[in-house]
Write a protein that binds this ligand. Structure first.
Ligand code: CA
Length: 648
């Protein structure tokens, strides 16, 4: 009944009716079309035979878990303008449940309790200041009568925090900020005073970042709640903390008292973070035999590429090793717990090639831990990105402060290198020995989250548009089915009337698709669906739509018409305002702007400044761009389209 099944977020199920001996008979029991073209990142909840699912724009649907019959649907009618604020697609990563209520957090920052039987709202509370660029994509967590919710927006200049609300009434119980505010206003607590000593300059003016946008775990025995804290805002440390510093509690795992929200301990994975190395990835709690005794541990494989095992009572680092090739650090100093950083990756205005890139060696895609095999199963990516301080950055206007692109020659060299070296695989990681037990390579990065079961099985959606099952002890592939989509979300499993089912949302999208979709143009996909499997299932998916409907039509771009100065200015403005949705260097994204139709070129200023396509999620930018700036972006896009048209 929780996003990771249990408070320890292991994503392991004790169900074993479907197992390594019979999984070959797995077939589709039923499916439901999802009316969206955006990413599906949620794992459904399964409670008493009902599946509760959430899709982009936070639509919640309850299905009969056996037949797929829709029991109710709730649409929170999220204002479309919030789509512009979501760095990495308008996704939702799940729901929470407590005593007859289902909780959904919306992109616009609202937390809503629904009657689980009817889908009718019981209470609703706004958890953010809507005058700032907050969004919510993560799942709420419920424990001991409290609902906990964080937020996102560190790409847009906000200050992160988590809030606990009374699950029955929505009354606020406590709130904990992750980074200090302006000292002149007084610190909220001693932890903020401590953290402020690790910041310099006037960091509060740009928000600081540190959003808790995904992972939360809870240990009822220790009465601690663990929150994973995100990256700095702006990205480049110089822009937010001019004299350097560790910038607590960015990129940290923090333990809080579950009753009061008081700080207990922290471990910072990436001091002075400036590469979007969030520590918001899943935190699995388990008891491991290490050095001849049982340790209560917390495990995380964050974006930065190290697999951390911490003592979850004290925050002490037990071990940390690389789980992917990276160049930002060569290891972790066990005495201090600090990374041995490569000085070359601290960037100025000249682009630096860093691994991993902002997508991370492991991102939000859930991993799983099996207490039977003692292995953690995680989707790994090898990624590279060029980082440079954006020369024209104006902190007052917000944004990243980091250019992914820089000068043309370096950008192209970095892009070629990154494209050639990016890979992905499913890794079975032994957290005690800190080494890989087995791996399943995939043709390219982008495979989905993971479920482990007592049937000696690991399930994962693959970039090959299939859903697959592997032996949990050896990695041997036992079963695979084409599903016309890339299920990036993690599967779940449940029983109804004594029969075991496996359910997964299959819908490509999210950050990887946003920023790098051009690398995936060979993916011809059907509409997203919720897929449910059982032994002997015989349901069939309808045929794929004709490929011609899927391939974007390429039309020759208009002739270049801007001055070199306009194009250059447009490139800077594009990187600051557009790249997160429309792709680095305008390659891909939610809509590849190199391929604009003539009528889109015609309407460009109406779209950008007057919201002509707000219904599609493209809100007006009139509050941040002048007409001359919007025109400069248009000139840049035309130049990019011509450059790539000529070399196609
Ligand atoms: Ca981020």
């Amino acid at each position: 009944m929780a996003p990771g099944r249990t408070y320890d977020e292991q994503r392991f199920s004790p169900l074993a009716q479907i197992n390594a001996g019979n999984v070959q008979r797995l077939g589709l029991a039923w499916y439901a079309d999802i009316n969206t073209e955006r990413g599906m990142e949620a794992s459904p909840l399964a409670i008493d035979g009902v599946l509760y699912n959430v899709q982009p724009w936070n639509l919640v649907t309850a299905y009969d878990g056996k037949t797929g019959k829709v029991l109710w649907t709730y649409d929170p009618e999220v204002p479309l303008r919030f789509g512009r604020l979501a760095c990495c697609d308008i996704v939702s990563r799940g729901l929470a449940a407590w005593k007859g209520k289902i909780y959904v957090a919306t992109l616009g920052g609202r937390l809503i309790a629904l009657d689980a039987a009817t889908g009718k709202p019981v209470w609703s509370v706004l958890t953010v200041d809507n005058s700032k660029s907050y969004t919510i994509t993560g799942a709420p967590r419920v424990f001991d009568g409290k609902v906990l919710i964080g937020n996102g927006g560190a790409e847009m200049g906000v200050r992160g925090y988590v809030t606990a609300y009374d699950a029955e009434t929505g009354r606020q119980i406590w709130r904990w900020h992750t980074v200090p505010g302006n000292p002149a206003d007084g610190f909220e607590n001693a932890a903020m005073e401590l953290a402020a000593k690790t910041w310099t300059g006037e960091w509060w003016t740009a928000g600081g970042g540190g959003t808790v946008w995904d992972s939360v775990s809870y240990d009822p025995a220790l009465n601690l709640v663990y929150v994973g804290v995100g990256n700095g805002s702006p990205w480049a440390r110089d822009w937010r903390s001019a004299g350097g510093g560790d910038n607590l509690f960015l990129a940290s795992i923090v333990a809080l008292d579950a009753d009061t929200g008081d700080y207990r301990w922290h471990y910072q994975t990436t001091p002075g973070e400036e590469w979007d190395y969030t520590a918001t990835q899943q935190m699995i709690l388990a008891d491991l035999q290490i050095g001849g005794r049982t340790r209560k541990v917390l495990m995380q494989a964050p974006k930065n590429g190290f697999f951390y095992v911490l003592d979850r009572e004290t925050g002490e680092l037990i071990s940390a090793e690389m789980f992917a090739p990276i160049n930002w650090a060569s290891g972790i100093d066990k005495a201090t717990g600090r990374p041995i950083e490569n000085p070359a990756v601290r960037y100025g205005t000249t682009p630096v090639l860093v691994s991993p890139g902002a997508g991370g060696a492991h991102n939000w895609n859930p991993m799983a831990y099996s207490p039977l095999t003692h292995l953690v199963y995680l989707p790994v990516t090898e990624t590279y990105m060029g980082y440079a301080k954006a020369e024209s950055f104006d902190p007052a206007k917000g944004g990243l402060g980091t250019s992914f692109t820089g000068f043309e020659a370096e950008r192209d060299a970095i892009t070629r290198y990154a494209d050639a070296h990016s890979r992905g695989w499913l890794s079975a990681w032994d957290p005690v020995r800190q080494r890989e037990a087995w791996r399943v390579p995939s043709p390219q990065k982008g495979s989905g989250g993971v479920l482990a079961t007592a049937g000696n099985l690991v399930f994962e959606g693959t970039i090959g548009q299939t859903f697959a099952a592997y032996r949990a002890d050896t990695g041997e592939k036992l079963w695979e089915m084409p599903v016309q989509q890339v299920p990036i979300a993690a599967p779940i499993t449940y029983t109804v009337d004594g029969e075991q089912y496996i359910a997964v949302n299959a819908g490509w999208g999210g950050g990887l698709a946003h920023v790098e979709r051009s690398a995936y143009t060979q993916l011809f996909l059907s509409k997203p669906r919720l897929l449910v499997f059982k032994l002997g299932g015989t349901a069939k998916l309808p045929p794929m739509p004709a490929a011609s409907m899927q391939v974007p039509e390429l039309s020759p771009p208009p002739a270049p018409n801007g001055t070199a100065e306009q194009v250059s200015r447009g490139e800077q403005l594009y990187a600051a305002n557009c790249a997160l949705c429309h792709g680095v260097a305008a390659r891909g994204g939610v809509k590849d702007l190199r391929h604009m139709a003539p009528e889109t070129h015609e309407a460009f200023l109406d779209i950008v400044l007057r919201g002509a396509r707000a219904r599609n999620g493209m809100a007006s930018f009139a509050d941040v761009l002048t007409p001359a700036e919007a025109e400069a972006i248009h000139h840049y896009l035309i130049a990019r389209a011509n450059a790539d048209w000529d070399s196609r």
